[in-house]
Write a protein that binds this ligand. Structure first.
Ligand code: NDP
Length: 320
């Protein structure tokens, strides 16, 4: 008789990723008796664990630290017996009725009736030592103007990028800040014309064309930015108190390529108005399917949708 492989486990609902989308999906799935198993992924808690204060999540009138908020999400999911585990999903096969997900390069295999993808996206950074040092210290480097702009009310800030996000976030900052320096590496912007016009028409946005960031200045707190004009070779220091990046995000969806439909960049395309992906039984919530809003509260909302859709799918199969 063949020996039972103890590293294979069958579950009703597997959740991959542990940001606001994943934990909200877990809370709903657990309360619907789907006994969810969650693999927390390479960055347990997701992007919010890399921010400082979260002031825009409803229900926290005094604000809350990002890592602390994610601990609260986790505690709430575990209160309803979500099985939260460390581990990274490294390979998937969504072709059959039972979805096969390898964890940690095959150390374990999960067979799931439903999978909820909540792997999120990661902001792109320039990769400068000064940028990462100040970011890790919470010293004024951020990739989310909507999250952190308020801390720079009436101050001067810089934002790097020239896409729609940079224009949207630049104009958001301009409404709060004394002045916004927009650092654009070419002599034109990638953003749509309407978004470009928006920043060009704001009195307190100065666009620095052909400008690259050499260094973010300051020991513990951003004090300025050293820039290089790549046409003239001129270098200068611009005094700012906040340094924002809007140079794009990368959805963490590489392992799902070829298994479900996604756009050129890797954002998953759910069926409009639902959390369903192109693979029956596989659902998505959060930034892995959202290149536009990218907020904790919107991720939580779509995480909830994913769990409700998963529950309905299982009920129709007589499994919930
Ligand atoms: P994009 O990829 O469109 O733009 C990234 C920008 O960052 C580009 O201008 C790029 O410069 C610049 N950049 C990249 N790397 C560097 C670097 N190392 N140094 C300096 N600059 C750099 O990303 P977005 O996040 O802006 O947009 C993503 C998608 O979401 C797009 O499809 C966009 O249209 C959409 N979106 C739509 C919105 C809306 O309609 N309101 C709002 C926000 C996003 P370069 O051009 O030189 O390559």
């Amino acid at each position: 008789m063949a020996e039972e492989n103890k590293d294979i486990e069958r579950v009703k609902c597997l959740i991959i990723g542990s940001g606001p989308a994943g934990y909200t999906a877990a809370i709903y799935a657990a309360r619907a008796a789907l006994n969810p198993v969650m693999y927390a992924g390479p960055e347990p808690g997701g992007q919010l664990t890399t921010t400082t204060d979260v002031d825009n999540f409803p229900g926290y009138p005094k604000g809350i630290g990002g890592p602390e908020m994610m601990e609260e999400f986790k505690a709430q999911a575990e209160r309803f017996d979500t099985d939260v585990r460390f581990g990274v999903a490294t390979k998937v096969n969504f072709s059959g009725d039972i979805k096969i997900v390898e964890i940690d390069n095959g150390k374990k295999t999960i067979e799931a009736h439903t999978v909820i993808i909540s792997t999120g996206a990661s902001a792109k950074w320039l990769g400068l030592e000064s940028e990462q040092r100040l970011r890790e210290k919470g010293g004024g480097v951020s990739a989310c103007a909507v999250c952190d702009g308020f801390f720079y009310k009436d101050l001067e800030v810089a934002i790097v990028g020239a896409g729609d996000s940079a224009c949207e976030e630049g104009s958001y900052l301009a409404k709060l800040c004394k002045k916004v320096h927009m650092l654009v590496r070419r002599d034109e912007m990638r953003a749509s014309k309407i978004m470009q016009d928006r920043v060009k028409n704001m009195d307190n946005i100065e666009i620095h064309w052909n400008t690259e960031t050499e260094e973010v200045l300051g020991e513990d707190q951003v004090e300025g930015v050293r820039v290089l004009n790549n046409k003239t070779g001129e270098k200068k220091d611009i005094p700012v108190q906040g340094f924002f990046l809007a140079i794009g995000h990368k959805p963490n969806t590489d392992i799902f390529k070829g298994q479900i439909e996604m756009d050129d960049v890797g954002y998953i395309n759910p069926v409009l108005g639902t959390a369903k992906t192109s693979a029956p039984g596989v659902f998505v919530g959060g930034d892995a399917a959202d290149k536009h809003y990218r907020q904790a509260v919107t991720a939580a909302g779509t995480g909830c949708m994913a769990a409700l859709d998963a529950e309905k799918y299982l009920a129709e199969k007589g499994l919930a």
